[in-house]
Design a protein around this ligand. Structure first.
Ligand code: CMP
Length: 249
């Protein structure tokens, strides 16, 4: 078994403690390149669950580099610092000297070490002259972290305005025909929604928690606690605010 001896073209991994100071630089690229990167991210099992905003930020920050035929792009066992999307050309992936696969335009590689903070799982070599889009670990992690921090602070602003309401068995949480401008999220317990006028015809629904209950002006059905129930109560104004925040992230 021959072990490939290669010197990777990749820069050394950067210091993760520098993260908060990273300035994200955007690099202009054609619509076709933007789509190629975006589709590459969406096709990749490890990246496809990223939020749209994160994908667009990654597309924006990627910049173009070229590597000559025969050069080692990634060396197995190295500390990885870059994620790559192939724009042009072909690369070969090997592990312990054995060929795993070849990859062409529109494919991502190098994501594993950056996503999971581990060493490179395989060696990647340019089979032709190649053009690659790259993003470094710090930019990548900053995009992940900033989105998380923004969402966290939005939640922190929103949460104090949420009220908790507790109900005992048989309490009406909502009365049919009443007006109301709040909606409820069942946090704990079960509720029943009576069908017709008699309570004994009630269907007991076990709604997954959390579950939103009624946001109508006029309540179209009653909702009654079965055993102890805890609900989060959201005002209509806050509901719009919550929707606005979630559209940003
Ligand atoms: P990473 O471990 O960061 O660096 C080597 C890259 O090769 C790896 O991420 C993957 O993107 C890519 N690769 C492609 N096929 C494989 C495979 N079968 N096993 C490991 N890595 C692979």
């Amino acid at each position: 078994r021959t072990k490939r001896l290669a010197i990777s073209a990749e820069p050394a991994a950067l210091d993760p403690t520098q993260l908060p100071n990273v300035t994200l630089t955007s690099y202009t690229k054609s619509k076709a390149s933007q789509e190629l990167i975006q589709n590459a991210l969406l096709e990749n099992d490890f990246m496809k669950h990223l939020e749209v905003g994160q994908i667009l930020a990654i597309v924006d920050c990627m910049h173009l580099t070229t590597i000559s035929q025969g050069c080692c792009v990634i060396k197995e066992g190295d500390d990885g610092s870059l994620v790559y999307v192939l724009e042009e050309g072909k690369v070969e992936v090997t592990k312990e000297g054995h060929k795993l696969c070849t990859m062409g335009p529109g494919k991502i590689f190098g994501e594993l070490a950056v996503l999971y903070n581990c060493t490179r799982a395989a060696t990647v070599t340019a089979l032709t002259d190649i053009k690659l889009w790259t993003i470094n670990r710090q930019c990548f992690q900053t995009i992940m972290m900033r989105t998380g921090l923004i969402r966290h602070s939005q939640h922190m602003e929103f949460l104090p305005s949420l009220k908790t309401a507790r109900y005992a068995d048989g309490d009406y949480i909502i009365r049919q025909g009443a007006t109301g401008d709040t909606f409820f999220i069942i946090s704990e317990g079960q509720v029943s929604i009576p069908v017709g006028r008699k309570l004994d015809l009630a269907v007991t629904v076990t709604l997954p928690s959390p579950w939103p209950l009624s946001r109508e002006d006029v309540r179209t059905a009653s909702v009654i606690a079965v055993g102890d129930v805890t609900c989060l109560v959201v005002d209509r104004e806050l509901e719009a605010e919550a929707a606005f925040f979630s559209s940003l992230s």
